[in-house]
Design a protein around this ligand. Structure first.
Ligand code: F6R
Length: 242
């Protein structure tokens, strides 16, 4: 696991965007794993700028979301499908039909999760997976205690995560309790993992997953086992590293 510490979130976004640009230039049909939340926003801003100003094209690329809330109405502003559309894919030239997410409205949840795993496989697997990390060490919504071999499935959000995500909703009561999330095993199948984090609020989690033991109690620590994991963080997020 390579850890790169940069001054701020803008620089973090630029370096992560460099990795994505070099992949897409080498492999136009690249499969991107897309995270939501605030951490990837500087990456999406930078990629949108490069598309606009330098013609960086995603026309043959495809994307798979990491996760989706269960129970939000289709088209809800905070559904991850909408967030990805708004923050990234609508700002570049990814074909809308090439952007996928777990079906948070499915009545047969098990079948929807299985279908999602199969869709990722059929696309040839994820080439580069963007990740953020939760303050409790989750990646995707694999909360502490998640099996290190888990696949896409329904998970109950930890209270901490609902509190952290309440900032995106009108109130904490509006934050769904359940999500569909790629599993840790699913995430580990991606060829390259790029985790970004900034701010002092992430310092503890960063310390735990970079310097602590690999453990289900800190799901992001599984990155230590990945052959190509790049962690790009700002100085505040790195402040508890020894
Ligand atoms: C979102 C996701 C989550 C977030 C994490 C950090 O798709 O998978 O793991 O990356 O909760 O969220 P932010 O970036 O908002 O601090």
């Amino acid at each position: 696991m390579e850890v790169i510490i940069l001054p701020g979130n803008k620089e973090v976004g630029v370096l992560a965007a460099d990795a994505i640009e070099s992949l897409v230039r080498k492999k136009p049909r690249a499969v991107l794993g897309l995270a939501t939340g605030s951490s990837p926003l500087p990456i999406y801003d930078e990629l949108a700028r490069r598309h606009e100003e330098h013609g960086l094209s995603f026309s043959q690329a495809s994307g798979f979301a990491l996760d989706e809330y269960v129970g939000l109405p289709v088209g809800h502003f905070e559904s991850y499908r909408e967030v990805i559309r708004r923050e990234f894919t609508n700002r570049v030239d990814v074909a809308p039909e090439n952007v996928h997410g777990p079906d948070g409205a499915a009545t047969d949840v098990e079948a929807a999760c299985k279908a999602y795993e199969e869709a990722i496989k059929a696309a040839g697997g994820v080439d580069l997976q963007i990740l953020g990390v939760g303050t409790n060490g989750h990646i995707g919504f694999n909360e502490p205690g998640s099996s290190l071999a888990s696949r896409t499935r329904i998970k109950t959000l930890a209270d901490q995560t609902r509190e952290d995500n309440a900032r995106f909703f009108d109130s904490i009561e509006a934050v769904p309790h359940h999500v569909l999330t790629q599993g840790l095993g699913t995430i580990m199948d991606a060829c390259h993992l790029v985790l970004v984090a900034f701010g002092a609020g992430k310092a503890e989690a960063v310390h735990d997953f970079v310097e602590g033991p690999v453990s289900a109690s800190c799901p992001a620590s599984i990155l230590q086992f990945h052959p190509h994991a790049t962690v790009i963080i700002d100085e505040a997020a790195a402040s508890k590293l020894v």
